[in-house]
Structure formats: C-alpha cells, structure tokens
Design a binder for this molecule. Structure first.
Ligand code: NAD
Length: 281
C-alpha cells in the first residue's frame, strides 16, 4: 500500500505537476520532522509541505537528503511568513528558506496568509512573481487569501496563482473560493484536510458507514473524498502506521453517491482555524 504511482497528479501552468496527496509537517518539531519525513518518503510520498514558520525546514531538507530519493522526484512546498511580505524582505526570506532546506529551488512557494490589515498581500505576490522569474520557485501560489484579496493580487499583476492552499474539509468546503479557482484555473489545496483533530469529523456516521463499506478507515474516506473532488491535500501524521494509512487513501475509490453524502456535510460554521479575513499577524 505504499505505491506512490497510485497517487494522481494535477497539471500546473508551465508544465509542472503536483501530486494530489502529500505530507504536511505543521507543528512537527525540527528533529522530529527530520525523522518522520524520511518515513513518509520511504512510505512513498513524493510531495512535502512545510513553511518558514513551522521551524522545521532544516529537518525536512535533512530528511530529503537522508532518504536517498532524488530531489527532482520530490514536490517540495514552503511558505513566506507574514512578517516578510515587503518585496525585498520576501526575496531574502525565500533565499533563507532555500538555505535551510538545502536546495536551490522549491517546487511551490506560497504567501502563507494575506493578512489584509497589513496591506502588503499584493506586494508579497509581486515578490513571488519575481522569485519564479529568478528560478527559486518553479511554481507560485498563495494561501489563506480571502476572495477580495485574491482578486486584487491577480488584477494588480496579471499573474494568477497556480495553487491556493486553504482550510478545507467536509465540514468546511469553501464552495465560493473553489468556484473562483475553477474559473481561473487555480488548483485548490486543502489544509487541515482531516479537520485537524478539532471536531468529530472522523466519527461522523456518514463517514464511518462509508469506511465500513470499504474496509477502510474514516481518515482514508475523508482523504479519498478530497482526491475525488479534484483537490490536492497534505494530511499530517507523525504516527508511522497513519503515515502509511493516509497515503493508501489514494487507492480508495468512492462511489458518486458516497462523494455526494460527504458533500452534504458542509456547515456554515465549519471553519476550525483562523479566519483569513480578520487574521492580524
Ligand atoms: P490535518 O487535518 O492533517 O490533521 C492532522 C491530525 O489529524 C493529526 O495531528 C492527527 O491528530 C490526526 N490524524 C492524522 N492522520 C490520522 C489518521 N489516519 N487517523 C486518525 N487521525 C489522524 O491538519 P493539519 O496538520 O493542520 O493540516 C495538514 C497540513 O496542512 C499541515 O501539516 C500543513 O502542512 C498544512 N497547513 C497549512 C496551513 C496554512 O495556513 N497554509 C494551516 C494548517 C496546516
């Protein structure tokens, strides 16, 4: 069940492609990340998601080198933190991330949050456009941009983000942003895909019934729903068996009726993380 060839990829503008199921390392301490990321690569993941603010870029870079997996076979994402959105700061921050990761480029660089109140989300996006030109980031995107700020960044530059990484799970399905993404060819990437362990999502009867029908786990059902919905997703676990279990979700095929049953779980108050419209720093 560790066959990465089972993980589909989605095309990105410019000829790159992004594996739909990756491995996230939010809240994983640097030395632990160095260990669990090797396990993830050994299990077969070829897509890693870190960020400057996670404090584990060095550990992730160490894991890549220790794994023996060729750098070009890995899709690596990191993110610009909110305190470095000024143009020159963003360029320097990306260079510093690459230094910590021990690589000459990332496959995807994201502005981590718009933080509308700071008023620098367009400037940050302009810096990412420059970083892509310089080859430091093969693809560029944003994360946690409310629709007005996303439109503004696109209008100011004429450059559409390749990817928008947003909180997304069955209780919070982000239909409005997804419709905009579809219209503009933006790949939607789900963070917190399992609900971050903050709700009863994995005990929800609709999900546990589908899991029982397939002899799968609730987490696998939720991840299979992300994949069937055309989303990219990056579940996190530091538990070896769950690292393998989550990747194997790529082999689980849900019926249209099962996908529809999970679609029906969307809730107006389903957000679990910070609201990107009001986040202040
Ligand atoms: P997640 O939804 O992936 O939940 C992770 C938690 O779910 C684990 O800590 C564990 O408690 C549980 N879990 C994992 N596998 C399980 C399994 N098989 N069975 C039962 N429980 C399981 O939440 P996340 O880590 O916050 O999000 C995933 C990734 O998204 C992060 O690691 C990070 O890379 C990214 N992320 C990005 C942002 C952003 O602002 N862009 C914010 C949060 C997370």
């Amino acid at each position: 069940m560790s066959d990465q060839s089972a993980v589909p990829s989605l095309p990105l503008p410019g000829g790159a492609s992004i594996p739909q199921l990756g491995y996230g390392v939010f809240k994983v301490e640097n030395d632990v990340a160095a260990d669990v990321t090797v396990q993830a690569l050994e299990a077969g993941y070829r897509h890693l998601d870190t960020a400057k603010v996670y404090g584990n870029e060095e550990g992730v870079g160490r894991a890549i080198r220790a794994s023996g997996v060729a750098r070009e076979d890995i899709f690596l994402t990191t993110k610009l933190w909110n305190d470095a959105q000024r143009f020159d700061d963003a360029i320097t921050a990306c260079e510093a991330s690459l230094e910590r990761l021990g690589t000459e480029y990332v496959d995807l660089y994201l502005v981590h949050w718009a933080v509308p109140v700071q008023g620098t989300y367009v400037e940050a996006w302009k810096a990412l456009v420059e970083l892509q030109k310089r080859g430091l980031a093969r693809s560029i995107g944003v994360s946690n941009y409310p629709l007005p700020q996303l439109r503004e960044a696109i209008d100011a530059t004429g450059v559409v983000p390749s990817v928008h990484q947003i909180e997304l799970h069955p209780y919070f399905q982000q239909r409005e942003l997804r419709a905009f993404h579809e219209e503009h060819g933006i790949v939607t990437e789900s963070w917190g895909p399992l609900g971050q362990g903050k709700s009863d999502l994995l005990e929800n009867a609709a999900i546990t019934e589908i899991a029982a029908a397939h002899g799968a786990t609730p987490a696998q059902v939720v991840l299979a729903w992300h994949l069937a919905s055309g989303l990219v997703t990056i579940p996190k676990s530091v538990t070896p068996s769950r690292i393998v279990e989550n990747l194997a979700a790529a082999q689980l095929e849900l019926t249209a009726a099962e996908v529809a049953a999970i679609d029906a779980l969307d809730r107006p108050d389903g957000r679990g993380g910070a609201d990107p419209s009001t986040k202040e720093s």
